[in-house]
Design a protein around this ligand. Structure first.
Ligand code: IMP
Ligand code: MG
Length: 171
């Protein structure tokens, strides 16, 4: 049976998202902000983050998947394109977790082809141990050295996204 070791509580997540949302609202107050969530993992983070950003902004979604179980396949599949016109706008990519960085690197390359004014990254978790590319993560809620975590949108073979807090998964 897998074991779930509590890592980040609901209250800690909530408090940190409030802080980050405030910073984003200040940084983008004279900009044309579009939050672009990366499906599926970011859906819960995105829904909490947007409600903590008290300036006008729009929301879009990109579908991308790269993981099979606990390892990145290194290849990403786009499953959904953005709906909004992103040209000339300030894009903030919202991701659940950055691990090797390969997924976001490909997404940043793709979004740049749409000629936005700016592209930045906001992640719930920045996991650095296996980083393979240099990525500038502008907003990171929590850093993690290693491990495989689930809950609050993060899955293991599509399960456990519904857990309200973040747990270290021991298989
Ligand atoms: P990367 O391309 O290696 O940066 O992979 C990032 C993607 O892998 C994230 O969007 C997650 O979907 C998934 N991922 C990476 N680490 C974890 C983890 O610890 N738990 C759950 N999903 C993870
Ligand atoms: Mg995933």
């Amino acid at each position: 049976m897998p074991e779930f070791i509590p890592l980040i509580s609901e209250d800690e997540i909530k408090a940190r998202i409030r802080e980050i949302g405030k910073r984003i609202a200040e940084d983008y107050k004279d900009r044309d902000l579009v939050l672009v969530g990366i499906l599926k993992g970011s859906f819960i983070f995105l829904s909490d983050l947007t409600r903590q950003i008290n300036i006008d902004h729009e929301i879009d979604l990109i579908g991308a998947s790269s993981y099979a179980g606990t390892t990145s396949t290194g290849q990403i599949n786009f499953t959904k394109q953005p709906d909004l016109e992103l040209k000339g706008r300030d894009i903030l990519l919202v991701e659940d977790i950055v691990d090797t960085g390969l997924t976001l690197q490909k997404i940043v390359e793709f979004v740049n082809l749409l000629n936005p004014r700016s592209v930045k990254i906001c992640t719930l978790i920045d996991k650095r141990e296996r980083r393979e590319v240099v990525l500038d993560v502008a907003y990171s809620c929590f850093s993690l050295e290693k491990g495989f975590i689930v809950g609050y949108g993060l899955d293991y073979y599509e399960k456990y996204r519904n857990l309200p807090a973040i747990f270290d998964l021991k298989l």
